[in-house]
Design a protein around this ligand. Structure first.
Ligand SMILES: Nc1nc2c(c(=O)[nH]1)N[C@H]1C(S)=C(S)[C@@H](COP(=O)(O)O)O[C@H]1N2
Ligand SMILES: [Mo]
Length: 535
């Protein structure tokens, strides 16, 4: 019990100090992060597929359970003397300090939060043991009290020390001492709850991030854009047949990252270093970016982990700065075939330099998304977006650094975990209506969906029922080749159960294969299917 409380107090106080100083230095988050980094790849893949975007809360809950178990075990070991418990608390404190300092973006000042946790954990453990020992000693020395059953049990009439109300001073009764112990334990528990809650709130409040985002939103609204994304015409979708909105709202935009704690960087404090194989290193701050020509582009982003028919694909209007001219200003060594971008939290992506420099590709450093500054979970204040490449090789959020290097010289986060070195987006489509296992009235059945083939665009989509002839779908107006394209078709279906299959063909003339391949290492293939019943 004492050790459990000590560990809870340690975790909570560490989280509070981290909330005050640097959310990423929380010992609790650092231990969770270390678990992710050190987990064998199959475990990570299992967690991603089993828990999806809930993997973060699941991981943090799992870390909490492990710490509780450690506390309970230490408590058992320390039943008779405090030393094993002290050692356990110190060991955990040291481990979490190491975890914080070994983090990919750790700074020396990050040591304060885990050190606080260690000290608070140690003092709590020693303090509570002291109280417990004196309560036990008093109990043994108090005649007739050895069998007392509860801390609040009233003293018997024969109690030589008299009623508890007079039990002050050195002659305190065992009952009083046990009350003190219970009170101290409750105080530790409540104090931990308050401290931990405050830490969570502080980390979430992001110390000025909300204000910074509002300022950026205002500045973007007033900025003169050198390139505007054309308005999305009604004819770009088939909403009446069940296609998703063409532009995904920020709230609905898919989110994928390994950040247990979203890096909190104010635009005012942000800077980017472009270095490595360049003629001259460049460091830019947010004002430097805002002073450059600002462009607005509608781009569909896609995650390599998207399974056939999945929804890790979304479209937004991004406002940002063209990346290619910026790199050319730094002067790129022709041998530097890889651009490694690093996030504020140390995550890395490797992008082919040739793709970013390709004329017309439209790679940007994005500052705005759908009429506001980037949401924090989508990379505030600055992220990379490269049309046509899966996010893990291009779309670094909370951007901090860009290094020109080679694929031979440097590997990056997901490359180190078995994913592909280069990952252009594979041509894909999805059936959004009718939904799987729905029942449709007999006759002509309306089918609708979405297809994408960034950066070349969709040329054709076909649908068929039960391996019958392919029927060409009607395509919605193309917004640009870097976005998805909606489609619809009608099929005549007899009553009974049917399997619908769709396939897209891109502007290169490539039709998506029916061969099913898993997302790892460089994107799933296969044709989406929906089973439905016609009544
Ligand atoms: N810093 C950071 N950036 C990141 C990632 C990450 O884990 N950390 N994940 C990448 C992946 S795999 C994808 S698909 C996109 C997702 O961007 P979104 O969450 O804004 O949709 O971000 C990319 N950028
Ligand atoms: Mo991704």
């Amino acid at each position: 019990m004492v050790e459990l409380l000590a560990i809870i107090a340690a975790v909570a106080s560490g989280h509070l100090v981290a909330g005050l100083l640097a959310p990423a230095s929380s010992p609790f988050v650092a231990v969770g992060d270390a678990v992710v980094r050190l987990s064998p790849q199959p475990v990570v893949e299992f967690a991603k597929s089993a828990f999806g975007t809930a993997d973060k809360p699941v991981l943090l809950a799992g870390t909490a359970v492990l710490l509780m178990l450690a506390g309970a075990a230490a408590g058992l070991a320390a039943r008779h003397r405090p030393l094993p418990g002290t050692l356990a608390v110190v060991l955990l404190g040291v481990v979490s300090t190491v975890a914080v300092l070994a983090g990919p973006a750790a700074r020396p000042s990050d040591v304060f939060a885990p050190l606080t946790a260690l000290v608070v954990g140690l003092l709590t453990q020693l303090g509570l043991h002291h109280l417990a020992r004196s309560a036990a000693a008093a109990r043994h020395s108090a005649p007739g009290a050895a069998g007392a059953t509860g801390p609040a049990g009233p003293p018997g009439p024969a109690d030589p020390a008299g009623p508890i109300s007079s039990g002050d001073g050195p002659a305190a009764t065992p009952v009083r001492r046990r009350t003190v112990l219970a009170g101290a334990s409750a105080a530790v528990a409540v104090g931990s709850l308050v401290a931990g809650g405050a830490g969570v709130a502080l980390a979430a409040s992001g110390r000025g991030i909300a204000e910074s985002r509002a300022t950026v939103t205002r500045r973007l609204a007033m900025a003169r854009l050198t390139e505007r994304a054309p308005a999305i015409p009604e004819s770009a979708g088939f909403a009446r047949f069940g296609t998703v909105p063409f532009v995904t709202s920020n709230a609905d935009f898919y989110r994928i990252d390994v950040a247990l704690q979203i890096p909190a960087v104010r635009a005012e404090d942000w800077s980017l270093r472009i270095h490595g194989r360049v003629d001259r290193e460049i460091t830019l701050n947010f004002d430097d970016l805002m002073a450059r020509p600002l462009v607005e582009r509608t781009i569909t982003m896609t995650c390599v982990s998207n399974t056939v028919g999945g929804n890790l694909v979304s479209t937004a209007n991004f406002v940002g700065v063209d990346l290619a001219p910026l790199l050319l200003e730094a002067g790129v060594d022709p041998a530097a075939d890889q651009i490694v971008s690093t996030s504020r939290d140390g995550w890395t992506a490797g992008t082919p330099t040739a793709t970013v420099l390709e004329p017309g590709r439209g790679a940007i450093l994005a500052l705005g998304m759908n009429g506001e500054s980037l949401p924090v979970e989508h990379g505030f204040p600055v992220r990379m977006v490269v049309p046509g490449l899966y996010g893990y090789v291009s779309a670094t959020k909370w951007l901090a650094e860009i290094e020109l290097t080679t694929f031979a010289d440097r590997t990056v986060y997901w490359r180190d975990r078995g994913w592909g070195e280069r990952a252009p987006i594979k041509t894909q489509c999805r059936i959004d209506a009718p939904t799987g296992f729905s029942e449709q009235p007999a006759g002509r059945v309306r089918v609708a969906g979405v297809a994408w083939a960034q950066p070349v665009g969709i040329a054709q989509v076909e649908v068929r029922a039960d391996g019958g002839p392919w029927v060409r779908a009607e395509l919605a107006t193309e917004v640009n080749p870097n976005t998805w394209r909606m489609w619809t078709a009608e099929l005549d279906l007899e009553p009974g159960s049917h399997t619908l299959t769709a396939r897209a063909t891109d502007r290169r003339g490539l039709t998506q294969t029916e061969e099913r391949v898993d997302p790892i290492p460089d994107g799933a293939t296969g044709q989406p299917q929906v089973i439905l019943t016609v009544a």
